[in-house]
Each structure stands twice: as structure tokens, then as C-alpha cells.
Design a protein. Structure first.
Length: 116
């Protein structure tokens, strides 16, 4: 006889089997991964202004519901001696952007955002 999986419909709901189209992926320096559960990972670069100021960074795609968390990391060029820190505005459910500020002007940074 047929196993239980053979009797299930394809989809992203309860008791359904997701197909590969349910795992949307954009692979590049700035990109995202959508999972069948609705969870989304996004990543990219944060612009590095020449002066210390707030930087608004837009996500590659808008989160349909909300951003859960943004993690940021300061980039470093070996032997440059230029180090600093970057901070992201506290938790914000904004689905399209976030705000950050670096301690050292001109240093780049990267982000990883989690949402749904």
C-alpha cells in the first residue's frame, strides 16, 4: 500500500508536504531565504558614511508581518588599524528597514535579520 506521505497534499499548511518552491532563496551579497513556515532570514551590507551618523538600511524584501531581530557586525580590513563598533536601534518590528550607527566613520558593516 501507499505510505502516509503519498496520501498528503503539497502545500505549506498542517499535514502538507512542502515542495522546493516553498524554499525561496536569493543568493547574493544581499539576499534572503524564505522557509515554508513563514520564517525569513535576510542579510546584506550596511552603508558606511564618512561621518558618524545614523544609517537607514532597507531589507532586500519587506517582512510580511514583522522583523523579529537584526544582528550587526562591523567589518575589518586587515592591517588597517581601523576598528570600531556598530549598534542597531533596539528591537523594532519595522518590516522594511532598520537604523544603525558605527563608532568609526567609513567602516563597513553587515547584517543578519530574522522575521516573518
Amino acid at each position: 500500500g501507499l505510505g502516509e506521505a503519498a496520501k498528503r497534499n503539497v502545500g505549506t499548511g498542517a499535514n502538507q508536504i512542502p515542495d522546493m518552491g516553498s524554499f525561496t532563496l536569493s543568493v547574493s551579497g544581499t539576499g534572503y531565504q524564505k522557509l515554508p513556515s513563514g520564517f525569513i532570514l535576510q542579510w546584506g551590507s550596511i552603508g558606511a558614511p564618512g561621518i558618524a551618523q545614523d544609517v537607514v538600511t532597507h531589507f532586500p524584501i519587506a517582512f510580511p508581518n514583522r522583523c523579529l531581530r537584526v544582528l550587526v557586525s562591523q567589518d575589518y580590513t586587515p592591517d588597517s588599524g581601523a576598528v570600531g563598533y556598530i549598534a542597531c536601534a533596539g528591537f523594532s518590528p519595522d518590516p522594511v528597514k532598520f537604523i544603525s550607527r558605527a563608532s568609526t566613520p567609513g567602516l563597513g558593516a553587515s547584517f543578519l535579520a530574522l522575521g516573518c
